[in-house]
Design a protein around this ligand. Structure first.
Ligand SMILES: [Zn+2]
Length: 212
């Protein structure tokens, strides 16, 4: 059984996720900690639950999803996993932060590149990796069939979808990703997005105005 803990961090109200198993191994996805108190909040959860971080993953590398990368890499000695199409996005972080007038503790380059041919392993739990580009060129989603949830980054939101006007974004590609990769999952699958509240595949099939 995988448990999932979410946090909402930084001026963009981004959702950071920790997935952990009964053996207390955990994977950190999209660490968005912007302030010291947000870093403490994440670290306190890890300490209180005696978790051992084993992997750091970005669904994609927009600034709000990577503010805490450097902290996690150094604090927990983790390697960073991304899709290779996100390399230019990751590299543009400093410039983007400047544009928004925000501080940015620059993320190290990823050391591991993953795509749909790989899986995420947390003990004996396996998540499949789904390639869902469109919001960003190398956006990934992570699906746990046994736990009936999918983490989708900014591809899909509660009754909405990710913006496609940022560099490397493409509307048709995003709709195709959602329809062909996400809407084929079982209706009861819980959807954890990069912003806003959780939803389900079934709910989005019925109520998402972008998918009809
Ligand atoms: Zn994004």
């Amino acid at each position: 059984m995988l448990k999932i803990q979410s946090f909402t961090f930084n001026p963009f109200q981004e959702n950071t996720y920790i997935l952990y198993n009964d053996q207390k191994e955990c994977v950190i996805i999209d660490p968005g900690m912007y302030t010291a108190s947000e870093q403490i909040q994440l670290d306190a959860f890890i300490k209180e639950n005696q978790l051992k971080p084993i992997q750091l993953i970005n669904t994609h590398c927009h600034i709000d999803h990577i503010f805490g990368n450097n902290y996690c890499v150094n604090k927990y000695q983790l390697e960073l996993f991304i899709h290779k199409n996100e390399i230019p996005v990751l590299e543009s972080g400093l410039q983007t932060a400047k544009m928004y007038g925000l501080n940015y503790d620059e993320s190290p380059m990823a050391t591991q590149f993953i795509d749909e041919s790989n899986v995420i392993k947390i003990g004996n739990e396996t998540l499949s990796i789904i390639f869902t580009p469109g919001h960003s060129p190398g956006s990934l989603s992570f699906y746990s069939q046994s736990n009936q949830f999918v983490i989708v980054g900014d591809a899909l939101f509660f009754q909405s979808i990710g913006r496609t006007d940022l560099p490397g974004g493409d509307y048709d590609t995003l709709i195709e990703s959602i329809q062909n990769q996400l809407m084929v999952l079982p209706n009861e699958t819980k959807v954890y997005s990069g912003h806003g509240s959780e939803t389900t595949i079934g709910h989005e099939k019925l109520y998402n105005p972008f998918l009809n």
